[in-house]
Design a protein around this ligand. Structure first.
Ligand SMILES: N[C@@H](CCC(=O)N[C@@H](CS)C(=O)NCC(=O)O)C(=O)O
Length: 201
């Protein structure tokens, strides 16, 4: 069985969501970032970490890519143009959406207080908002980033939308991006993941 090391209310949600989509059983060690348990597995002390038969995989996007490739679901095959487009969506989410959210989080509660720059948060909010405008232009007519096919790119983007709610970043109240985020939250696997995250509080 897969084991996720990492407190659920973190980027561990991405891996949980994908494992729920895959219908694969998993257990969670809710270790906190920078704890001894985590540092033993990842010198950076970051979560999530996936253990697959004792093999350690770090970085949420790498973990999701590994799992999707391994199980042949929620991804297009490597070396195809569809995969290149899917990876573009994923990298866009990490660079633009997560970049803004993570910079704001770091300057709110992660970095040592004496090196935080709280003023940066306004810029992060604007960058995020701009990112959503770009997302709207990138999305086609289909229900998901890659059209009819739900992929791990949707999981990374969807996770960023939930993070934005917690961070009190502005999100659209109607329109295609609003509908897209709502569609993601309505997936049974998302709901199953969310129930486990809420239960862990
Ligand atoms: N790029 C990494 C980022 C992992 C990360 O920063 N996770 C946070 C929790 S969501 C963490 O462990 N933070 C602790 C720290 O940065 O010291 C990933 O996607 O897995």
């Amino acid at each position: 069985m897969y084991k996720i090391v990492g407190f659920p209310r973190t980027r561990a949600m991405r891996v949980m969501w994908l494992l729920e989509e895959l219908g694969e059983p998993y257990e969670i060690d809710p270790a906190m970032p920078q704890s001894e348990t985590v540092r033993k597995l990842d010198p950076g002390g970051k979560v999530p970490i996936l253990l697959d038969h004792g093999n350690v995989i770090t970085e949420s996007v790498a973990i999701c890519t590994y799992l999707a490739d391994k199980h042949g679901q929620f991804t297009f095959p490597a070396g195809t143009l569809e995969r290149a487009r899917q990876d573009s969506f994923t990298q866009f989410a990490v660079d633009v959406l997560e970049g803004a959210l993570w910079t704001a989080s770091k300057n709110t509660f992660i970095l040592p207080e004496d090196i935080r720059v709280p003023e940066i948060k306004d810029t992060c909010r604007k960058e995020f908002r701009h990112g959503l405008d770009i997302l709207q232009q990138k999305l086609g007519d289909g229900p998901y980033a890659m059209g009819e096919t739900f992929t791990l790119a949707d999981i990374i983007i969807g996770h960023c939308s939930g993070w934005a709610v917690v961070a009190k970043f502005d999100l659209p109240q109607d329109g295609p991006v609003y509908d897209y985020f709502k569609r993601l939250r309505e997936r049974p696997a998302f709901k199953a993941m969310k129930a486990k995250v809420d239960a862990a509080q």
